[in-house]
Design a protein around this ligand. Structure first.
Ligand code: ADE
Length: 272
């Protein structure tokens, strides 16, 4: 997968070179190209923003540098020309347009399901806005050559899109084949089954007077997985009952009779 990020703070994205994603890049599983938006300005001050039309507080990002940046990145170019290879075309039509991800508190919530959808794409481009946002015409124009997807990390406001870009590239990148050493560990995580994951423990068996639950040392695989299922259900009922309601609405068969008993013990019953 190729990922291009356009930002006024390229240094913000440096952590993508660390840990598993850094290794994925060295192995050629992932290519990340970070571009400085100011490279597409044409004035002495390298201006990227101006006052909002209609008045009000803050500054809005100018359409010209963004338009030039997104045209160039679309072609696989940075401010100084070609960078890296473009993935082979996947076929004709819209499916071959790269996805343009625009971090925004008014975007579609980033979920594990969306991360899986994006992990199937050969190419993602991220446009990180700052200040009050990017002139809306940039997104309108980009829709001619990208599949535009505004996305949000959650219902709170960040100073810019860079942290959201880091989160998105990490959530998607770790789903690419070969990036996480043991793919079985991916399937058991929170949000993969519509539930939160059970708690985990390691050595020592007793620490500060606290014990590892005995069942985990019993050697009974069946009992261990029953216990884990129950703990995941209890945790979800306490912390995220909204997930249970959504799971029950979309996949009622996912919660069996013994699951419903555990949930009833936590005070959760299916709506209706
Ligand atoms: N930019 C500012 N706030 C954001 C959020 N909550 N999610 C994504 N991008 C943002």
């Amino acid at each position: 997968m190729r990922v291009d990020v356009v930002t006024v703070f390229p240094e913000y994205l440096a952590p993508l070179g660390l840990s598993l994603l850094g290794r994925a890049q060295r192995l050629g599983l992932l290519a990340v190209h970070v571009h400085d938006l100011r490279g597409w300005t044409d004035d002495r001050h390298r201006t990227v923003d101006d006052t909002p039309a209609g008045g009000g507080a803050g500054m809005v990002m100018l359409p010209e540098p963004w338009g030039r940046a997104l045209d160039a990145v679309r072609r696989g170019e940075g401010p100084d020309g070609r960078v890296g290879d473009l993935p082979a075309p996947r076929g004709a039509g819209d499916a071959d347009l790269p996805v343009l991800l625009v971090p925004s508190p008014s975007g579609r919530p980033l979920t594990q399901a969306l991360a899986h959808e994006l992990a199937a794409e050969p190419r993602l481009v991220l446009a990180c806005g700052r200040y009050e946002g990017i002139d809306e015409r940039v997104v309108e124009d980009a829709a001619r050559s990208y599949r535009v997807l505004p996305f949000s990390l959650g219902d709170y406001v960040l100073n810019g899109g860079e942290v959201a870009a880091l989160a998105l590239v990490e959530a998607v990148g770790r789903l690419l084949p070969g990036v996480v050493g043991n793919p079985a560990s991916l399937a058991e995580e929170s949000h993969e089954q519509g539930l939160l994951e059970h708690p985990v423990y390691t050595r020592p068996a007793t620490w500060r007077g606290l014990e590892v639950p005995a069942v985990l040392s019993s050697g009974h695989h069946g009992e261990v997985s029953r216990w884990r299922r129950e703990q995941g259900l209890r945790r979800t009922a306490r912390r995220r009952p909204d997930l249970l309601a959504a799971l029950h609405a979309q996949h009622p068969e996912a919660l069996g009779a013994s699951d419903l008993d555990v949930l009833a013990d936590e005070g959760w019953t299916p709506p209706g």
